[in-house]
Design a protein around this ligand. Sequence first.
Ligand code: M6R
Length: 609
Amino acid sequence: MCGIIGYIGPKSVVPILVEGLKKLEYRGYDSAGIAVVNGDQIQVRRVKGKISALEKSLDKAPLNGSYGVGHTRWATHGRPCEENAHPHQDCTGSLVVVHNGIIENYLPLKRKLKEEGHTFRTETDTEVIAHLVEKYFKGSLEKAVLHTVREIEGAYAIAVLSTQDKGKIVAVKSGPPAVVGLGEGEYFVSSDINPLLSHTQKIVFLEDEEMAVIEPQGVKFSDLEGNVLKKKVDQISWSPLMIEKRGFKHFMLKEIIEQPQVVRDTLQGRISLDSGKICLEETGISSKHLEKIAKVVIIACGTSYHAGLVGKCFIETLAQIPVDVEFASEYRYRDFILDEKALVIVISQSGETADSLAALRAVKEKNPLSLSICNVVNSSIARDTDGVLYTHAGPEIGVAATKTFSAQMAALALLALHLAQVKGRLDEKTRLSFIEDLLRIPHLMENILNQAESIEDLALKFISFSHFLYLGRWVNFPVALEGALKLKEISYIHAEGYPGGEMKHGPIALIDEKMPTMVIVPKDRVYDKMLSNISEIKTRAGYLLAVAFEDDKEIQDRVDKVIPIPPINPLFTPFLTTLPLQLFAYYIAAKRGADVDQPRNLAKSVTVE
Ligand code: M6R
């Protein structure tokens, strides 16, 4: 939540900050602001709303400066309004701070600072940082910041500048991500690498409790005791083109269309066609360690949790290992039981989700083997686990996860086959046949995406409905959850995902002509059971849409409309059944004029609890 950026270098600072904020906007978008240093003055501009509102304000009344910081906000403490927008200033106006995170002890600090004579102008927790730095400033900004961070509790990535110690930006990370970009005579700090890619691919990832002092002549890194650190410089392979819309109306549509390639990229290099084996040594966890695993616990949030539920079916069927899937936000507070035979898998696109990270840290106290499935290289969760299996989805900008869901499922399918291999749970012929099925998936996904227009025509008939039910069973129950989540988060239509078998335990009461149901009904082990659900809905005048195999003639007479998908091994149907549901949600939301890429109240990376 929230994005921070800072730039110091010879180029014009305002366009760099504004362009950078646009690339961070998916992290939060209720207000935005920048501060630039011009001689002895700090010029601040803040607005309620998106970066486009900030741009308009800057067009009307431009700012000039030689270096500066910027922020895009997802409100936690204090309403989204101009006065609560960052950057925040101290009493003198000679210092500003931008902050991503939450200062948990801000109330007692604020009370004390007020008693000491500081004047507060906002409702935010962040403002205490500005006043603490002011309080401790004795000529060196970094020393004042070090003093300050010893007093604050919570999660923060901050960037601070002051005209009393000019020509530097001081950044500290403790929780939320912060990266430093090393360009040619220019330096950046940012919440993630996206804004930096068009300037440099040399990135330093700050660890928790680390500080960077960014100056025109270079960057100094230290811990919070002030000890100098030598940091590794990573060369990032993502290109700036990957975060462009490339002619699509929305990032979400572009990302849906990219899915066949994303699955190909995630599988690539991990299947040896010669030996028919899965090679996952790159994760850093050896087969010897995996052989001992007797139980898997998957921890995640949102869409990643749904991928985990699909992964449970993959692992249970292929590797025959029991799997629990847990919401990170619940698991972290439970008295969970883990032993040395457990493998804990944390799934997170961003690798920064606060609940997933906290659950991982709680789990680590019990010492099980941990593996993450992440999309963002070097993210906190990726670094904190014993091993990491990266999804090669490229940057996902749309707030609604789409391509990363498919990439996570691909990673989980590989992992399930790998576990089956190391534990000797599948004979070679069966394993090879699953591998062949897996490799056919990208091509079959393309077939479905070629029908996007007809899915659009269908979706447009449903734009004025207020409620939807999604039903699936077994491996497609998580797809029902994901289809409902996509619809509600981008179109604001109420939707529920349910396992088909649970319908008669409550949700059936909702069925009438105003509540359409999307049934996911490929020919699999629960097909007949889904047909019973379909009859029960029909009897109650419910409108039925079905995602079903294209060669399934029987379903045609039983539902009102079929969205066909090519037949495939039933276990892997989620790769295909998901796509029509994503497109269906997308077209409804786009037609309703919703802000598809940045739905209200959401942020891409949920770095607060
Ligand atoms: O980055 P993560 O995968 O940990 O994020 C988890 C959820 O916040 C995320 O999937 C969220 O539910 C999306 N809005 C779903 O589209």
